[in-house]
Design a protein around this ligand. Structure first.
Ligand code: MGD
Ligand code: MGD
Ligand code: SF4
Ligand code: MO
Length: 741
C-alpha cells in the first residue's frame, strides 16, 4: 500500500504543532514538522516525532478494563462499563449526595477540545461542583493574581513585538510555555534577538532559554517575591514607571510604593544570593524598554508565595504600562476565538479566593485557580460527612503528579469508585475500578483552540496572530480495539442517568475582551459526531470552523485588523496594585528571620534546595516508555552542581538519598554545571508506588513524595511547597539500595 502523507496537529503536548504524518497500512510510520504550516513552519520536537509510536505502544489499552475482586484487570465492553459506572455513581449520589463525586481533568484533557467541556458539563448536570484541575498544582498564582489585580480589556504586549522579555522560572524552549509563542518558539526567539530584544531570565538553573539571555540572574530558589519587590522598588525610586497610565488606570500605587520601600536591591540580593547591581540592572532594563512583559512559570508558582510572585509581576507590567492602548491593533483579532472587541480600560478586580463552596479539609477555600487539588487526597480521606467517595480521572495521573505521593496512594485506595480515562495502566489507573480506553490523538479530529485560548487565562500567552488549524482524524483505531473519545464517555453517562449535557464556555480571566460564546447543549436524543460537537463548541468564533477546515496546513486569517477602542467615558474601574492581602504577605516576608530559618534547616542537615524542572523527552508522566525518547534511561536524574558532587564525594551515576522533612527518595546523581550550587534539580511524575522503589534506575523516583501537603501550603489555593524544598543529600553506599524508606 502506498504511503499517504497527511497534515495534522501534534497532540503529544499542548503546543499543537502542525505536522505531516506518513500513514501506511493504517499506521503513522513517520511524523515530521509541516513546512507549509504558516505559524509553526516545520517545527517538531522529539516527542512529536514519536506520536505515531505512542499509538501502537504494546502497553496501550485497546479495551476498557475492570478490576476484579482479586485485583486483576479484565477487559470489559465499554457500553457495559458505562452501564456499571452510571449505576454506581447513581447509588453513591443517592446515598451521599452529588458532592461525593469529583472530577480531576489533567494534562491529557487538554489536547481534545470536547473533553473538559463534556466532563465539566456532566458534573454540573449531576449537581456536583467538585471539579479539581491540575491548574491548582501548576501555576495557581496566575489565576489568583489576575483576579485581584484586574483585567486589561485591550490585552497585553506580546512577545513578537517586544523589545524586552522577563522570564521568571520557566523554560519555553522546552516547555512551550512562558509567553514565547508555542508555535516554533526557538525561531521566534532567534528572530526577536536579531531584532534587538533583550531577554532577562531569573532562574537558579541556566536553562535552555537562559542561554539566550542578555541578563541571567541565578538566585536561590523561592526568593522571587523579594527580587521582584526590589525591582519595583528601583522602578518607583527612579521614576521609571508610566505615570500617566498609572494616574488614569491604576489604584493602590501609594500602598505598593510604601510596601516595596524596604525591599532595597541590597536587601533582596542578600536574601537571594545575588549582587544588588544585578537587580538594579534588570529593573532598569525592563522598565526602560518600550514594549515587553514579565512572565513567571511553574518554578516560582510551586515555591512559597506563588500568588504574590505573580501579583508583583502584574504590578511590574502595569507600572511599566505593558498593556495595549487606544488605537493599537490587537495581535489576534480571533480565529477560533470570538472576535476581539478590545477597549483601553481596566475591568475591576474580583475575589481571588473564597468563591463558592470550599473543602472540609483545613477549610481550604475555592479560589480563582479552582478547588485546591493539592488537598484533594485529604478530602477523599476525610473522616466524616461530605467525604469525596468517587473520582473520575480525565487524562490525569494523581499518583504520579499530586503532592505527597504516599497519601495520594492511600486516597486512591480509599475511594468507593475510581474511574480513569487513560490509554495506559499507569500508576493511578492500576488502582482504578474501571479504566476507560480512549482514542488517541491521531484517531480524533484536532483543533488548535487550546493554544489560541490560553491568552484568556495567562497574560501574554497564546498566538500572536489569528492562526488556526483543524485536522480530521487521520487514523482508525487499532484493529480489534474498542476505544472511545472522552466526551462520548460523559455523554454516555448522561444518557444512562437521564441528564442533559451542556458545555459552558470558559470565562476569560485576562486577555483581549472578545464577543461571547453561547453554551452548547448536546442533542441527547441523537448522538452527535465529534465534528458536530466541535461546531457547537466553537460557536461565535470569528472565523467559522468550516472556513478553518478549508486550510489543512493551518492558516493565518489576517483579513481583519481590530484596533483597541477608547476608554468608556464613565469607566471608573482600575487595575489594583495595592491589594491589601498581597502587601501584607510581602510585609510578612520582610519580617521573616530568613537567615535564622536557613541556619536551622542547615543544622538539621537540609542544606540543599530541591527545585522543579521539565525534561525535553517526557511530558509529565507520559513518554517514559518510548524507547526512542529515553534511549535506555528511564529515570529522572538528580542534577547537582559539579562542586556539590565533589564536596559530597560523588560521581556521575552514584546513588543519593534525597530527604525532606517529610520523606526520602533515591536519585541517580548527574553533574549539571548550569545549576546554582546548593540546588538539586529533578523532574516530577517519575517513579511509581513504593513496591516499585527498587526499580528507581529504570522508573525514576517520585519527587512528589517529598512534598508535605499539610505543613507548608498556600492558604488560598492549597498548593504546597513543590519547589525550593529544603532537602538533605547523602551518598548511599555499602549496600544495594532498596528504594525509599
Ligand atoms: N513535584 C511536582 N509535582 C508536579 C509538578 C512538578 O513540577 N513537581 N507539576 C505539576 C503540573 S504543572 C501538572 S500539569 C501536573 C500534571 O498532573 P496530571 O495531569 O495528573 O499528570 P500526567 O502525568 O500528566 O497525567 C496524564 C495522564 O494522561 C494519560 N494519557 C496519555 N495520553 C492520553 C490520551 O490520549 N488520552 C487520555 N485520556 N489520557 C492520556 C497518561 O497515561 C497519564 O496517566 O503535575 C503536577 N505535579
Ligand atoms: N517537554 C516537556 N514540556 C512540558 C512539560 C513536560 O513535562 N515536558 N510539562 C508541561 C506542563 S504541565 C507545564 S505546567 C509547563 C510548565 O512550563 P515551565 O513553567 O516553563 O516549566 P519548567 O521547564 O519546569 O520551568 C520551571 C523553571 O523554574 C525554575 N525554578 C524552580 N524553582 C524556582 C524558583 O523558586 N524561582 C525561580 N525563579 N525559578 C525556579 C526551574 O529551574 C525551571 O527552569 O510545561 C509543559 N511542557
Ligand atoms: S512541541 Fe509538543 S506539539 Fe510540538 S511536536 Fe513536540 S510534543 Fe508535539
Ligand atoms: Mo502543568
Amino acid at each position: 500500500m502506498a504511503v499517504e502523507t497527511r497534515p495534522s496537529i501534534c497532540r503529544f503536548c499542548h503546543a499543537n504543532c502542525g505536522i505531516l504524518v506518513d500513514v501506511e497500512h493504517g499506521r503513522a510510520v513517520r511524523v515530521a514538522g509541516d513546512p507549509d504550516n504558516p505559524a509553526y513552519t516545520g517545527f517538531t520536537c522529539a516527542k512529536g516525532r514519536q506520536l505515531g509510536e505512542s499509538h501502537v505502544h504494546p502497553d496501550r489499552l485497546l479495551h476498557s478494563q475492570k478490576r476484579g475482586a482479586d485485583g486483576r484487570f479484565e477487559p470489559i465492553g465499554v457500553e457495559r462499563a458505562m452501564d456499571e459506572i452510571a449505576r454506581r455513581i447513581g447509588e453513591i449520589v443517592r446515598e451521599h449526595g452529588p458532592r461525593s463525586i469529583a472530577l480531576y481533568p489533567g494534562t491529557y484533557s487538554g489536547p481534545h477540545p470536547a473533553s473538559i467541556p463534556a466532563g465539566v458539563g456532566f458534573m454540573l448536570a449531576l449537581g456536583s461542583k467538585m471539579v479539581f484541575t491540575s491548574a491548582a498544582i501548576d501555576q495557581p498564582g496566575k489565576h489568583v493574581a489576575n483576579a485581584i489585580h484586574g483585567r486589561w480589556l485591550g490585552g497585553s504586549h506580546v512577545f513578537d513585538e517586544s523589545d524586552v522579555w522577563l522570564l521568571v522560572g520557566n523554560n519555553p524552549l522546552i516547555s512551550m510555555s512562558g509567553g514565547i509563542p508555542p508555535s516554533n518558539p526557538s525561531r521566534r526567539l532567534r528572530e526577536a534577538k536579531a531584532r534587538g530584544l533583550t531577554l532577562i531570565v531569573i532562574d537558579p538553573r541556566k536553562t535552555e532559554v537562559a542561554r539566550f539571555a542578555d541578563q541571567l540572574l541565578q538566585p536561590r530558589a523561592g526568593e522571587d517575591p523579594s527580587i521582584l519587590a526590589a525591582m519595583l522598588h528601583v522602578v518607583i525610586r527612579d521614576g521609571l514607571h508610566d505615570a500617566d497610565f498609572a494616574a488614569r488606570h491604576v489604584a493602590g500605587f501609594e500602598a505598593l510604593a510604601l510596601a516595596v520601600s524596604e525591599f532595597t536591591p541590597e536587601y533582596a540580593a542578600a536574601r537571594a544570593g545575588l549582587e544588588a547591581s544585578e537587580i538594579e540592572r534588570a529593573a532598569r532594563t525592563f522598565a526602560r524598554a518600550r514594549r515587553g512583559c514579565a512572565v513567571a512559570g511553574t518554578g516560582p508558582n510551586m515555591a512559597p508565595h506563588g500568588n504574590l510572585t505573580e501579583y508583583l509581576l502584574l504590578c511590574l507590567n502595569t507600572l511599566c504600562g505593558r498593556w495595549r492602548r487606544e488605537g493599537e491593533a490587537v495581535p489576534n483579532p480571533g480565529a477560533l476565538l470570538p472576535r476581539a472587541r478590545p477597549k483601553a480600560q481596566a475591568l475591576r478586580p474580583r475575589a481571588g479566593w473564597g468563591r463558592g463552596e470550599g473543602l472540609r479539609s483545613r477549610d481550604l477555600p475555592n479560589s480563582a485557580a479552582g478547588l485546591p487539588t493539592g488537598a484533594l487526597a485529604d478530602e477523599i480521606l476525610w473522616q466524616g460527612e461530605g467525604r469525596i467517595r468517587a473520582l473520575i480521572c480525565l487524562g490525569s495521573n494523581p499518583v504520579a503528579a499530586w503532592p505527597d505521593q504516599l497519601k495520594t496512594i492511600r486516597a486512591m485506595e480509599a475511594l468507593d469508585l475510581l474511574v480513569c480515562l487513560d490509554p495506559k495502566l499507569g500508576a493511578t489507573a492500576k488502582k482504578a475500578h474501571y479504566v476507560i480506553a480512549p482514542k488517541m490523538a491521531l484517531e480524533v479530529p484536532g483543533l488548535s483552540v487550546s493554544s489560541e485560548g490560553i491568552e484568556q487565562t495567562y497574560v501574554a500567552h497564546g498566538y500572536p496572530e489569528p492562526y488556526a488549524q483543524y485536522s480530521p482524524a487521520i487514523l482508525e483505531p487499532p484493529p480489534g480495539s474498542e476505544v472511545i473519545e472522552e466526551w462520548e464517555f460523559f455523554y454516555g453517562l448522561c444518557r444512562r442517568m437521564d441528564l442533559a449535557l451542556t458545555a459552558y464556555p470558559i470565562r476569560a480571566e485576562t486577555g483581549v475582551l472578545r464577543e461571547s460564546r453561547e453554551a452548547f447543549a448536546f442533542d441527547m436524543t441523537r448522538k452527535p459526531t465529534t465534528d458536530e460537537v466541535y461546531e457547537g463548541l466553537m460557536n461565535g468564533s470569528r472565523v467559522p470552523l468550516a472556513e478553518v477546515k478549508r486550510h489543512p496546513h493551518g492558516h493565518v486569517f489576517d483579513d481583519e485588523t481590530i484596533l483597541v477602542g477608547p476608554t468608556d467615558p464613565d469607566c471608573e474601574d482600575r487595575l489594583d496594585v495595592g491589594n491589601a492581602d498581597m502587601l501584607a504577605e510581602l510585609e510578612a516576608i520582610r519580617a521573616e528571620a530568613w537567615d535564622g530559618v536557613r541556619a536551622r534547616e542547615a543544622s538539621e542537615g537540609r542544606r540543599f534546595q530541591l527545585i522543579s524542572r521539565r525534561l525535553p523527552n517526557v511530558y509529565n508522566s507520559t513518554g517514559r516508555d518510548l524507547p526512542k525518547l529515553q534511549k535506555g534511561r528511564g529515570h529522572n536524574p538528580a542534577y547537582l552542581h559539579p562542586d556539590d558532587l565533589e564536596a559530597l564525594g560523588l560521581v556521575r551515576g552514584d546513588v543519593v538519598e534525597i530527604r525532606s522533612n517529610h520523606a526520602s527518595i533515591l536519585g541517580v546523581a548527574e553533574p549539571a554545571p548550569e545549576l546554582r550550587p546548593g540546588t538539586v534539580s529533578m523532574a516530577h511524575c517519575f517513579g511509581d508506588a513504593p513496591e516499585h522503589d527498587r526499580d528507581f534506575r529504570e522508573l525514576g523516583s517520585n519527587t512528589g513524595r517529598l512534598v508535605d501537603n499539610e505543613r507548608d501550603f498556600d492558604p488560598h489555593t492549597g498548593i504546597p511547597r513543590m519547589s525550593a524544598i529544603p532537602v538533605a543529600i547523602g551518598r548511599v553506599e555499602g549496600r544495594e539500595p532498596s528504594g525509599s524508606r
